[in-house]
Design a protein around this ligand. Structure first.
Ligand code: DP6
Length: 332
């Protein structure tokens, strides 16, 4: 055992979305979700135990964390302290390589890296599936960044004790046929700060008449997605991902009051994706809790897709990602 550990994790983008919780404290989702881990923009987190200190010291890119960001990290460390029986406070340093405004959820790579580093520093000996359960408590989507390539996060059982529910909701790798995919991230210039995904999904579940139908159809999407991935059918994977994401945005548009993350520039990029398809390029869009558009395509088409969406994104940056690795401990 050592009292210092450093871990690295990459972001993931959901092809079948996580949108809605059934338990906010345990972060248990309403539906299963499925993602691709990216090979760009890793987060590196170092956790160092500080015996005798009376508070946690948390920095993000060298700057002390404040407010909600700090509160979530300290709450997560409290959970690790409770599990390990080690009460020490910690020094946590996080370096995020996501460019500002890229809109790639840094909470997924962030809590995946924190889970791996904190578990090691506090002496919890957990395998990857158990670490995915732990990361889930920081941010739901972080559970999927424990693994590389394609990953499913099980919603888990809805009956039984809290402990049974907690144990049943974890992520694991999804086997795929030959796919060779790329994900082109089109950064669309964002307006004023949006509603957080946490608040937006709560409002959607509580008020949107479209939420239940989407959650139900998402089950079918997941089953079809697994089959499409298994046979390496990129067109089917893309079609299912696109309808699942647009459906999720429809649930938000129907919330009261509406949550709208799409901007005019997002729609312009979505149009360019349709045009690519008319031109015979397999390209499919997905969007999360922000205006950026991520386009799934074949790696061989990625440069062409990037050029097209760059022109449509009106000056926004474009990044090409391939499937990336799961979270791991760095040996010091
Ligand atoms: C739209 O994992 O950020 O990106 O569990 O409240 O931390 P919390 O939410 P978070 O939500 C991600 C929502 C999404 C879809 C997805 O990644 O599946």
């Amino acid at each position: 055992a050592t009292d210092t550990a450093t871990a690295v994790a990459h972001p993931n983008i959901a092809l079948i979305k996580y949108w809605g919780k059934r338990d906010e404290r345990l972060i248990l989702p309403r539906t299963d979700s499925l993602s691709m881990t990216l090979d760009i923009f890793p987060t590196t987190t170092r956790v160092h135990l500080a015996p005798g200190a009376d508070h946690d010291e948390v920095t993000l890119g060298g700057t002390p964390a404040e407010g909600e960001a700090r509160r979530r990290i300290v709450t997560f460390l409290d959970l690790v302290r409770e599990r390990s029986g080690v009460a020490d406070r910690a020094v946590v340093d996080t370096e995020n390589t996501v460019p500002t405004g890229a809109g790639l959820a840094s909470s997924a790579s962030g809590f995946a890296a924190l889970a791996v580093a904190a578990a090691a520093a506090y002496g919890l000996d957990l395998e990857a599936i158990a670490l995915s359960r732990l990361a889930r408590r920081g941010s739901g989507s972080a559970s999927r960044s424990l693994f590389g390539d394609f990953v499913v996060w099980h919603a888990g059982r809805e009956t039984g004790t809290d402990e049974e529910a907690d144990l049943s909701s974890y992520a694991e790798p999804v086997p795929t046929g030959p796919l060779d995919p790329a994900l082109v991230v089109a950064v669309v210039n964002a307006g004023p700060k949006d509603v957080s995904s946490r608040a937006a999904m709560r409002r959607t579940v509580d008020t949107s008449p479209l939420y239940e139908p989407w959650a139900l159809s998402s089950k079918g999407d997941l089953a079809e997605m697994r089959r499409a991935l298994g046979r390496g059918d990129l067109e089917a994977v893309g079609e299912i991902a696109e309808r699942n994401a647009l459906g999720m945005h429809a649930t938000m548009l129907a919330a009261r009051p509406a949550v709208r993350y799409m901007s005019p520039a997002s729609l312009t990029v979505l149009d360019s994706v349709l045009q690519l398809r008319r031109d015979g390029v397999a390209a499919y869009a997905t969007m999360d809790a922000g205006p950026n558009v991520k386009v799934l395509c074949r790696a061989a088409d990625a440069d062409r897709v990037a050029d097209t969406v760059r022109a449509a994104a009106q000056g926004g940056a474009v990044h090409i990602a391939r499937p990336g690795p799961g979270a791991r401990l760095l040996t010091e």
